[in-house]
Design a protein around this ligand. Structure first.
Ligand code: GJV
Length: 497
């Protein structure tokens, strides 16, 4: 599903962990001169809600300041608890939920005031004394001595890291299924794959993971002659899917299994595992983990994975209108000087990506590149924790560089030949319900033809909220003839926690 369903909102706070006693890490001015964004709280009705770029929670790190207490780290990535753990092996570092044992009153902006009984999520055990935590969407330092780990028994259902209730709840009504089925490029691609492989699918056992209303299973039953199609769906929509199968007289072939794929029991392994699992920035929702789990348990050796590969693409772009309506707006509304609100606007509107952006090809400043390529046959679940890719773009025309836009493509390898079918959600292909994802810089950079935009992207899966991730962008802009960059930056975007 696309971004629209991932409405989430950050609670408003801005923390600058410049308190030396709190053990601020060195932020290398070359590698990370810009600000970092940390994730906040998600709206409870998140899966269905409209995405609102509001109330973001962004932390700024001043470049060049050095702090003695901690070793050098180029970039402080709050969401990257895994990395923190590797760097700071404190005894009780494990991320997770903690309860505040006694009131704590913040003495610095970078700290959080908390009351006895408050629950927080540990994001990073920065030093043995000071831990970086999240509380209701606000992030800050708290003395480690005030925290007590919440044991599994005390854990409430509200804190399910997979948010299954909200997640599957959002798929029990028709709204999202209508959106997906109406997406012609998406649905027709799956149909084409089945059609092109109809002969090869004869007698095969197929598993359709997250079948929703069953469309892919129906295509299989209609156009091929598989032995069986297991249509696995965990949400309540599965009841309707069962009725549809009966009504369309496919009960002999399609077996609807109303279950989480993780709990699946089958009489035998399958030959084909097909699924439409892609989300914002390809991986958000991390339904991909379910697909990989099922692959490892239920796909025959040498079986088919559809999609077979997936790629994340990116391009630097101009986004004049976005920047004008959200930031420049404050220059002189109704002839008044509202410029003092611009930093607030940047924080509020630009600290999360825009998941429903539609990139005009004219706004591309260079050719796009492929950041990451995933092979569904070999990809390991652990590899989802941190995925990264470098980029080098050659700017092809003068223009304002406002940010980066990403999209994804997936390929379906044909069973009997070397051909494949592609679904590309990018700006050079018909628009899909996933649209494009825009990551805006806090300030645009004037670029010229011949400039080089280089850097890297890191996807860090949230160690606690397993369907979420943060995207770290590092970039530099270098003029054609220059050897050193004239502009460098780093920004972390939560999606959505
Ligand atoms: N087991 C069963 N059904 C699932 C699972 C799972 N582990 N995960 C997702 N679904 N492309 N990002 C179902 C979900 O209930 C919904 O109907 C469908 O798969 C999502 C498909 C679109 N989401 C996406």
């Amino acid at each position: 599903m696309a971004g629209e369903i991932f409405g989430c909102r950050m609670k408003n706070t801005s923390a600058s962990p410049t308190d030396k006693t709190a053990g601020q890490r060195v932020v290398d001015s070359l590698e990370c001169p810009a600000k970092q964004t940390v994730s906040g709280e998600m709206k409870s009705d998140l899966w269905q809600a409209e995405h609102e770029n509001q109330d973001d929670n962004q932390c700024e790190y001043s470049p060049g300041e050095s702090y003695e207490q901690l070793p050098d780290i180029a970039c402080l990535e709050i969401s990257s608890t895994m990395d923190c753990m590797a760097q700071y092996p404190y005894e009780d570092y494990t991320y997770g939920e903690f309860v505040i044992m006694s009131d704590f009153v913040a003495t610095e902006e970078t700290q959080l005031s908390l009351s006895c009984g408050d629950r927080v999520v540990l994001l990073c055990a920065v030093t043995s004394d000071w831990w970086w935590v999240e509380h209701n969407g606000n992030c800050g330092y708290v003395p480690a001595s005030h925290l007590h780990r919440v044991s599994d028994e005390e854990d409430t259902e509200d804190d399910d890291p997979w948010q299954d209730e909200e997640y599957y709840g959002s798929y029990k009504t028709l709204k999202l299924h209508l959106e997906m089925l109406s997406d012609q490029p998406r649905t027709q691609t799956y149909r084409n794959v089945i059609l092109q492989n109809s002969a090869a699918l004869k007698g095969k056992r197929i598993l359709d993971l997250g079948c929703g209303t069953g469309i892919i299973s129906f295509f299989c039953a209609q156009m091929a002659q598989p032995e069986v199609v297991y249509a696995v769906e965990a949400s309540d929509i599965a009841e309707q899917t069962s009725r549809l199968v009966k009504e369309n007289a496919f009960s002999g072939i399609i077996k609807v299994i109303r279950q989480k794929a993780e709990d699946l029991k089958l009489p035998s392994k399958v030959d084909v595992l097909v699924s439409e699992w892609m989300g914002t920035c390809l991986v958000f929702e991390f339904m991909l983990e379910s697909v990989l789990q099922v692959r490892d348990l239920w796909l025959e050796e040498g079986g088919i994975m559809w999609p077979s590969t997936a790629s994340i693409h990116m391009v630097p772009c101009s986004a004049e209108k976005e920047y004008a309506t959200k930031v420049l707006f404050w220059d002189s509304p109704y002839g008044l000087d509202f410029r003092m609100l611009k930093p607030m606007a940047v924080q509020e509107f630009l600290s999360k990506p825009s998941p429903d952006y539609v990139l005009n090809t004219d706004d591309c400043l260079s050719e796009p590149c492929v950041l990451m390529n995933l092979n569904m046959k070999t990809l390991k679940i652990e590899e989802l924790e941190k995925m990264s890719g470098p980029f080098t773009f050659h700017v092809k025309r003068d223009g304002m560089f406002h940010g980066f836009t990403t999209w994804f493509s997936v390929e379906f390898q044909n069973i009997d030949n070397k051909e494949h079918v592609e679904l590309n959600t990018g700006p050079f292909n018909p628009l899909t319900h996933w649209k494009h994802t825009l990551f805006m810089l806090d300030e645009p950079i004037q670029t010229h033809r011949g400039d080089r935009i280089e850097g890297s992207v890191i996807f860090h899966r949230n160690p606690f909220w397993r369907r979420h991730l943060s995207v770290t962008l590092n970039w530099s802009v270098t003029e054609e003839s220059a050897t050193t960059a004239h502009s460098v930056g780093c920004k972390v975007f939560p999606i959505w926690r």
